[in-house]
Every structure is written in structure tokens, then in C-alpha cells.
Design a protein around this ligand. Structure first.
Ligand SMILES: CC/C=C\C/C=C/C(=O)SCCNC(=O)CCNC(=O)[C@H](O)C(C)(C)COP(=O)(O)OP(=O)(O)OC[C@H]1O[C@@H](n2cnc3c(N)ncnc32)[C@H](O)[C@@H]1OP(=O)(O)O
Length: 726
């Protein structure tokens, strides 16, 4: 709704009202229109102010509504034009946020006043759309093409101070925005409105417009990787530079409809809501975000200053949480300290550009030590030493003795058993897994793993910590590899099997990068370091001396196994860090991957040795075997209650594994492919490779197909676990 009141006899106020963010649903827009008509018809009204309820202007169109047939034909532009055509001055009072359609409404107003803490932007591109309320035509007319193109194609939020510099708003105030807008409205009564109607303005010229646009398009295409919205946003802005306003609006509408029906918009909007849904965590034991409260974290500690520990310390400092950083000896401590300081200096530079500061030279905020006693008063510890169970247990035993009883003990592990780590302490209820992703100060995912004894308070505290660190926390159960890595294992395994059968790393990577992954599985392994997984395989008796003599080279525990990755490691090829892995690099630490004839020869010899008949493997098979095996594991994870819904797995994959967001995540993707097709393909591949359990269709997947391929939001209701009733 929108509430119509008057601030004085001469001023009508239209207040957008649709909690929590005043989204522009159809009733809100209709009430806005009614308000404008009423103000227009009332001769005592000399000016109009539009504002939003509860300190928020508007977060734009109701994203839920895009899928509703009722809202499909509605043009936001109609309402924006109505505001602009008004014969009485209209002033927008922007508090909180004016995003998407919210900002487009403000652009229809003749004047804009913003609170200093307000944020503005056109984030439609992030949900697969473009600003479809004539924003692509008005914004370039107001602030020029380069700034408008940046705002529209990135979707970034603009702070009010930047908006003022750009000319997006007329005034920024620190106190009462509504009063300031009323003052401005009274001041401009009687002034000519034509110059304030953006649709009547020309787009400011650039001396080199064509060159500027061509360069911008090349840059966009390079980043887009089959993601449609940025390029269509570009086309709409270009239309503003070439066409009169009305024709530009027609073009905008046409492009908007292409995006709306593209499938990518649905995937991105699903991802938007999935990210919010995972915050409402539950466990199969009945604890949830509703019945658990987080404890405050005033001071934290990080143990281990390797790659992960350095990133975690940086994240905590950035979130203004005082940190004690601990290493096992002075040599490691000094190396770690230098690396952390370097990261923090870089982060400080980035933050200063956004006018924020980062205080990390104060020892009360960041302390480096080798003394465990310094951990006595911390509220939470994050252990980030390397993946070695005895070492982790030794540390947890020590922490259990030293830390205050209320302190939470977190382990940063990508696969190890949380319960076993917790068993080394006298307080297993305080132990929780916090799986950060590298680089930990940049990657947004935080997998939060509860063990058998982890208390709801410990989970809630880890979730709250994730929020404070500006991460997307996803709560999952305890199993080898948890959710993310457990799904990744069959994906990487298939990639390697495809090499055995006839493919090459560059062919497999290309298919998955064309699908939209930032990086294919082989480039990813080279980046992460092949030695990490090798150490883990040796630890699990799959590789090295612990393999019993006489074990067939390509079999472990009765299943197919590929020793190819071990072979590379035995030859010192650990990936980028050694300059050689699945690819060759210009030098150790180099980043440019080049196909390696050495590897191609090894593959030929390997196939000869093991009597594998080389065959041509097409792109479809590469894609399906890698993705469907990963998805198949996802169904098992859901059935076991390790993750409480498909959205959780999708959020994990988007934010931790570079899954293309415009494909919604693996489980959403499976729903778009259709579960019967996924099942049929898995059945076919499984018959061809009966010794590969990861290709055997999950019982849960089979059940969903048997009950008629229900929509994703209904999947969990087909599990008969008690957790469904939570
Ligand atoms: C017919 C018109 C045609 C086309 C032109 C117009 C197109 C558009 O305007 S598209 C929408 C563009 N706007 C956005 O993309 C903004 C999306 N929202 C956000 O970025 C954030 O929610 C926020 C910055 C506005 C607030 O962030 P925060 O304080 O962290 O809260 P939440 O994100 O948890 O949001 C709270 C609550 O509100 C729901 N919500 C937010 N925005 C919308 C929206 N535009 N439509 C519908 N619902 C929205 C969000 O899902 C949360 O709901 P729950 O509490 O139930 O989880």
C-alpha cells in the first residue's frame, strides 16, 4: 500500500508501505497512482513528497511477483512517467535504500533528497534483469553514460555521498530527511518543472562515445561467461545514446522481456531467496534459528597462520573483532605476521577508497603470540592448522584446558570428523566446524558443521559470526567432506576418469568453463595444489606405501580408482606452485596454464599400460558425467539430513565452488534439466561403469522421479525423516 497524508495544507505526502522493504507490489503501485491523482486534483496541494515507511524508501519491484502472471504485463514505467508528468513538484525523500524500481520511482521525481546513510542502486542485473522502469533511459540523462553504465551493469549500491557527487541526488542530509524534503518542496513551489523532467533531457555527449561503448562491451563480454543480463543492460544504455526517449523505452521493454523469460532470471531470483532461506537454519534434532541465541564474540583467536589462518585473521580484523593470532614457533609466527600485515594493508587500501578505515596496528586489536596462555580470555577460537587429525586433537585438548569454559572452539577443516576432534575436549557441546574457503578474507561461503554434541548456542554463535564477517553461513551435518567437498569428490573423480578414457584436461575444463564455472576441475586442482588431496589419499590408505601389496592399480576397495593424480604427484607435479601439474606454467607460481605434451604422452602410455581403448568423448558426456555425479551425491546428502534443503547445497556451490549463479546451483539446475532426464542419464552411465558407485542413482532421486518429478520446493516433503516436520 501507499499512505496518503498531508504535511501541511500545501504538501501531500505519499508514503510507500509494504514491510519489510516497501517492495513495489501491484497494490503499492496502484495506491501510488491514486495518491498522485488525488494530489493533482486538490487545488490546495502545491507540492508532493514521496517517501517510504520505516526508514526505507523502497527495495524495488517485488521479486516474488516476477513469476506471477498477474504482474507480468505491468509496466513500472507507466507509474514513473505519471510522477514525472505531474504538474506539481514531486520530491523523493530517500532513507535506507532506494534500489531497482525504488530508485526508478525516485528518478521520476523532480527532486531527490537522501539521508547520508542511504544507499541507492539498480541491482536488477544481479537478479538476471535490467532496470525495466525506464531507469536505463533516465539515469544516463541525469549522470552521464559512463557512471550510469557502471551502476546498471554492476548493480552495485551507491552510498549517498557518492550519489551526491554523481548528481544522482540534489541534497544529502545528516538529520531528518523528511523535514529536509519538505523544506525543499516548499522552496521549489512555482519553479518551472520542464528542466527537472529527465525524459526531456538529452544524454550528455562524450567526445569518444563510440570508442567508450565498444571498449565497455568488450570488457563486459569477457566477464559475462554466458550471463545475459550485463550485455542486455549495456544494449539498453546504448539505446539511450542513440534513440529518442520513447524509442529507448520501447527497446528497454523489449530487452527486459527477453531477460524475464530467459531462465537465467528465474535462477538468479531463486538464488536471491535461497541465500536468505539458509539463514533460517534447522537441524534434524529440532534446534533452529528460532530457538537458539548466539553469544557475543568480543575477542577471538586463530591458531595457525598458514594460507587459511591468515585469511581468517584478516576477516576478523576487518569485522572489528579483536584477534589473538597464534603460531607454534617464532619463525612461523614472523612469516605469518608479515603475510597478515600485507593482506591487511591491501584491504585497508581498498576500504579507504570507500572512505572507511581499518585499525590493525593496535595490539589490543591484533596480537601475535606463540603462547597459548594468551587465549585464556577469548570468547572463540578458530583452529586453522593443516588437515591432520592427531595434531588437531592435540590442539583441542590444550584449548579445552586453557580457554575459559564458555569459549567456543571452532575447527577450520574441509573434511575431518568434527565429533572426533570434539572428543579431545571436555566440552564437545562448544565445538563446531567452520569451513572457510580460500582466500578466506574474500570467499563468501562459510560451511558451519555441527557434530553430535554441538549445542544450538554454538551453532547460532557460528552463524552470527559468519554474518559479522559478511559471509554466507550454511549449517550442515557432519560427514566426510561435509556437503560441499563431498559433492566435489565425484565431480573431480569423473573428470579424471574421462582422461583415462580418452579426454584431455583442457577439453574437460573447456566444457565446464563454457557451462559457466569460473575455472574447470583441472585448473582448479592445479591452483589448489595436487599435494593436498594426495596427502589425504595417503592418509586414507588409497595411495602410497599404505596400499596393500598386490592391490590392482585401478581399483580400491572393489571400486574403480584412478592413480593418475598420484602419478603426477610422484613426479613432483603439484600444480601452479611447482610450475607443473595437469598443465604446464611459465614458472613455479605461474598462473598461465598451457596444455602440456608431457602429460599427453603420459596419458597415451597410461592407456596402453592399462589396456584402455581410447575413445572420443563428446561435450555432452563430459558435462553430464561431471555434473550429474555431483548432483547425485547432493540427493544422498539431502536424504541423510546432512543439509536441510536443496537451497543449502545451491548456496554452497554458488559461493564456495564458483558454480555459475545464473544457473541457480546444482540442485536447481537438476530441476531445470528435469529429474527423469538426470536419472536416465545416470542409469546409462552407471551401466557403462558399474564399478563407479558415484554414478549409481541415489534412492532419493529415484523416489522423486517415481512420484512425478515434483518442483524443487516440495522435494524435502518426500523424505520421511522427522526433520521434515520441524
Ligand atoms: C513490475 C516492475 C518491473 C521492473 C522494474 C523493476 C525491477 C526491480 O526493482 S527488481 C528488484 C531490485 N531490487 C533488489 O534487487 C533489491 C533486493 N533486496 C536487497 O538487496 C536486500 O534485501 C536489501 C538491501 C533491500 C535489504 O537487505 P537486508 O537488510 O540484509 O535484508 P534482507 O535481504 O534479508 O531482506 C529482508 C526481507 O525482505 C525481502 N526482500 C528484499 N528485497 C525484496 C524485493 N525486492 N522483493 C521481495 N522481497 C524482498 C527478503 O527476501 C527478506 O525476506 P525474508 O525476511 O522473508 O527472508
Amino acid at each position: 500500500m501507499a499512505q496518503y497524508t498531508s504535511a501541511s495544507t500545501a504538501l501531500a505526502v505519499i508514503r510507500l508501505r509494504n514491510p519489510p522493504v516497501n517492495a513495489l507490489s501491484l497494490p503499492v503501485l496502484q495506491a501510488l497512482e491514486d495518491g498522485l491523482k488525488r494530489a493533482d486534483a486538490d487545488p490546495s496541494v502545491k507540492a508532493i513528497m514521496i517517501c517510504g515507511e520505516n526508514g526505507k524508501f523502497s527495495a524495488g519491484a517485488d521479486i516474488q511477483g516476477f513469476s506471477l502472471p498477474k504482474t507480468r504485463g505491468i509496466s513500472l514505467g507507466h507509474f514513473v512517467s505519471l510522477i514525472e508528468r505531474c504538474e506539481k513538484p514531486v520530491v523523493a525523500a530517500i532513507e535506507g535504500v532506494a534500489l531497482g524500481g525504488g530508485l526508478e520511482v525516485a528518478l521520476g521525481c523532480h527532486y531527490r533528497v537522501a539521508h547520508v546513510k542511504a544507499r541507492m542502486g539498480l541491482p536488477e542485473v544481479t537478479i538476471g534483469l535490467l532496470p525495466g522502469g525506464e531507469g536505463t533511459q533516465r539515469l544516463p540523462r541525469l549522470i552521464g553514460v559512463p557512471a550510469a553504465l557502471d551502476i546498471i551493469t554492476t548493480g552495485r549500491h551507491i552510498p549517498a555521498t557518492e550519489a551526491l557527487k554523481l548528481g544522482l541526488v540534489d541534497e544529502v542530509v545528516e538529520e531528518n530527511t523528511i523535514e529536509a524534503a519538505i523544506r525543499l518542496a516548499n522552496k521549489v513551489i512555482g519553479q518551472p518543472l520542464e528542466p527537472r523532467r529527465l525524459s526531456l533531457r538529452p544524454v550528455p555527449k562524450l567526445p569518444n562515445m563510440e570508442a567508450f561503448l565498444s571498449e565497455a562491451l568488450v570488457k563486459l563480454k569477457k566477464q559475462a561467461r554466458r550471463y545475459l543480463a550485463p550485455e542486455l543492460c549495456f544494449q539498453a544504455v546504448r539505446a539511450a545514446t542513440e534513440l529518442p526517449f520513447a524509442d529507448g523505452v520501447r527497446k528497454e521493454r523489449e530487452l527486459f522481456n527477453v531477460l524475464l523469460t530467459s531462465g537465467q532470471a528465474q535462477a538468479l531470483q531463486y538464488a536471491f531467496f535461497a541465500e536468505r532461506a539458509v539463514q533460517k537454519w534447522t537441524t534434524p534434532h529440532g534446534s533452529s534459528w528460532q530457538n537458539a541465541s548466539p553469544q557475543p564474540i568480543h575477542k577471538a583467536a586463530v591458531i595457525g597462520l598458514g594460507t587459511m589462518g591468515r585469511g581468517i585473521v584478516t576477516s576478523l580484523v576487518k569485522a572489528s573483532i579483536p584477534v589473538v593470532a597464534l603460531e607454534q614457533n617464532l619463525e612461523y609466527l614472523n612469516t605469518g605476521r608479515k603475510a597478515v600485515m600485507l593482506l591487511l594493508e591491501r584491504e585497508a587500501m581498498k576500504m579507504e577508497q570507500g572512505a572507511q578505515t581499518l585499525d590493525f596496528h593496535n595490539p589490543a586489536r591484533l596480537q601475535f603470540t606463540v603462547d597459548f596462555d594468551a587465549l585464556r580470555d577469548v570468547d572463540l577460537v578458530i583452529e586453522a592448522v593443516f588437515e591432520n587429525m592427531p595434531l588437531k586433537k592435540e590442539i583441542f585438548q590444550k584449548l579445552s584446558r586453557i580457554c575459559k569454559p564458555a569459549a567456543f572452539l571452532c575447527t577450520n577443516t574441509s573434511a575431518l570428523n568434527i565429533d572426533e576432534i570434539a572428543s579431545a575436549t571436555s566440552r564437545p557441546q562448544q565445538v563446531v566446524g567452520t569451513h572457510f574457503f580460500s582466500p578466506a578474507h574474500i570467499m563468501r561461503l562459510l560451511e558451519i558443521i555441527y557434530g553430535h554434541h554441538t549445542s544450538p548456542t554454538a551453532i547460532a554463535t557460528a552463524v552470527q559470526l559468519g554474518k559479522v564477517l559478511k559471509k554466507v553461513g550454511v549449517v550442515v551435518g557432519n560427514c566426510f567432506g561435509f556437503a560441499g567437498n563431498r559433492m566435489m569428490f565425484p565431480y573431480v573423480e569423473q573428470a579424471v576418469f574421462l582422461l583415462e578414457e580418452g579426454s584431455r584436461p583442457e577439453a574437460v575444463d573447456q566444457v565446464l568453463e563454457d557451462f559457466g564455472f569460473k575455472i574447470g576441475p583441472f585448473r582448479m586442482s592445479d591452483l589448489a595444489g595436487l599435494d593436498v588431496a594426495w596427502r589425504s589419499r595417503k592418509g586414507r590408505g588409497l595411495a602410497g606405501d599404505s596400499v596393500p601389496p598386490g592391490t590392482p592399480a585401478r581399483q580400491r576397495h572393489g571400486r574403480r580408482y584412478s592413480p593418475l593424480p598420484d602419478l603426477l604427484c610422484e613426479n613432483g607435479r603439484f600444480g601452479q606452485k611447482t610450475g607443473k601439474g595437469w598443465y604446464q606454467y611459465e614458472k613455479a607460481g605461474g598462473r598461465t596454464a598451457k596444455p602440456d605434451p608431457w602429460l599427453h604422452n603420459v596419458l597415451t602410455q597410461y592407456r596402453d599400460t592399462h589396456h584402455i581403448k581410447t575413445r572420443f568423448i563428446d561435450q555432452e558426456e563430459i558435462l553430464e558425467r561431471c555434473l550429474f555425479s555431483l548432483i547425485n551425491e547432493g540427493f544422498d546428502i539431502l536424504a541423510e539430513g546432512i543439509a536441510s534443503g536443496p537451497e543449502h547445497l545451491d548456496v554452497i556451490y554458488i559461493h564456495g565452488y564458483g558454480w555459475p549463479k545464473h544457473r541457480g546451483g546444482p540442485m536447481f539446475y537438476a530441476s531445470t534439466v528435469g529429474l527423469p532426464r538426470v536419472l536416465a542419464k545416470l542409469q546409462r552411465y552407471s551401466e557403462a561403469h558399474p564399478d563407479v558407485p558415484a554414478l549409481r542413482p541415489s534412492t532419493f532421486l529415484k523416489k522423486l522421479v517415481a512420484v512425478g518429478n515434483p518442483p524443487l520446493k516440495e522435494w524435502m516433503s518426500y523424505l520421511s525423516r522427522p526433520s521434515n516436520k520441524l
